[in-house]
Design a protein around this ligand. Structure first.
Ligand SMILES: [Zn+2]
Ligand SMILES: [Zn+2]
Length: 300
């Protein structure tokens, strides 16, 4: 199970009723946060996201609306008594920006470890048992999208294990993927399980123009969180120039990628009522949510 919360949905500037876009995900008792614009620690507190669980930060890029809340967030994490190192992931070169921002929060009770990722190709790594990928996006500066995949063990079938005469005390290790040798016979996981289960996948992409590789990156997402600055297609040329997308492009992306649901985020401060475009965008991709701050779900 992965619990997620889109704690903010704004782009550029925080508004009284709309915090800047940031995405919280929690799995196995540890949490990760993508982006931390101004005031992120306030919206996290409002939404009940526990900083004591935060283990890693993923930064898309260094425009202020995605990183200017970092010093305040680090101080808040320190206030929770954290002493273990905290890892911050971002594009190649982000360490310099983090160093500069950290000069206003120089004394922290924990160490910050920066992991820089390629700006030109996908990176693959693991965080907390989840497979993580980053994709360089097309924005006005280096920017990364992230996906998180939970690979799940196939369901154990006790009938199969019994039929093979395998004693119960070996079931757990066999289900975990270990090969078992008993009385000269070799047993493997596939002999005692049902068919493979589909992995759980989350994809988060902002800020970017639409480009074809996004479709493959978001392929088969259970949840795609994608930017849309405006609901009106008339803004497409202007947004392309500024490195952004509109709602219909995100909906087309969700459809083309075979994603199960789409949450829109990163609205322009000039867009006062994003919900008025709900019908239009659901006509393209029915499982679209024009998100508001605090949108949450459990993926299972
Ligand atoms: Zn932005
Ligand atoms: Zn930006």
């Amino acid at each position: 199970m992965i619990d997620v919360c889109l704690a903010g949905t704004g782009g550029m500037l925080p508004l009284p009723d709309r915090w800047l876009t940031c995405f919280w995900l929690e799995f196995g008792g540890k949490a990760a946060l993508i982006d931390c614009g101004e005031g992120t620690q306030i919206t996290l507190a409002k939404e009940g996201c526990k900083l004591s669980r935060l283990d890693a930060l993923f930064i898309t890029h260094t425009h202020a609306d995605h990183i200017s809340g970092l010093p305040g967030l680090l101080l808040s994490i320190g206030n929770c008594g954290r002493t273990e190192p905290l890892t911050i992931y971002g594009f190649d070169g982000i360490g310099y920006v983090i160093d500069q921002l950290s000069c206003i929060c120089p004394i922290l009770p924990f160490r910050v470890e920066v992991r820089e990722l390629s700006c030109t190709e996908r990176s693959h790594f693991t965080w907390n048992g989840l497979e993580v990928q980053s994709l360089p996006l097309h924005h006005r500066m280096d920017c990364l999208g992230y996906s998180f995949t939970l690979h799940r063990k196939p369901v154990f079938n006790p009938q199969k294990a019994k039929a093979l005469g395998i004693p119960v005390q070996y079931w757990k290790q066999l289900h975990a993927g270990e090969t078992l040798t008993l009385n000269g016979m070799e047993y493997t996981q596939d002999m005692v399980t049902d068919e493979a289960r589909k992995p759980l996948k989350l994809t988060y992409m902002t800020d970017t123009v639409y480009f074809p590789e996004m479709v493959d990156f978001a392929k088969d997402s259970d949840l795609l969180v994608c930017e849309g600055m405006y609901g009106d297609d008339d803004y497409i040329p202007k947004m392309r120039e500024k490195g952004h997308m509109v709602f219909s492009q995100a909906a087309e992306l969700a459809k083309e990628s075979g994603s199960s649901r789409l949450w829109l985020t990163h609205y322009s401060p000039a867009l006062s009522n994003p919900a008025e475009y709900t019908e239009m965008v659901q006509a393209i991709f029915p499982d679209t949510v024009v998100s508001t701050d605090g949108q949450r779900m459990t993926l299972k």
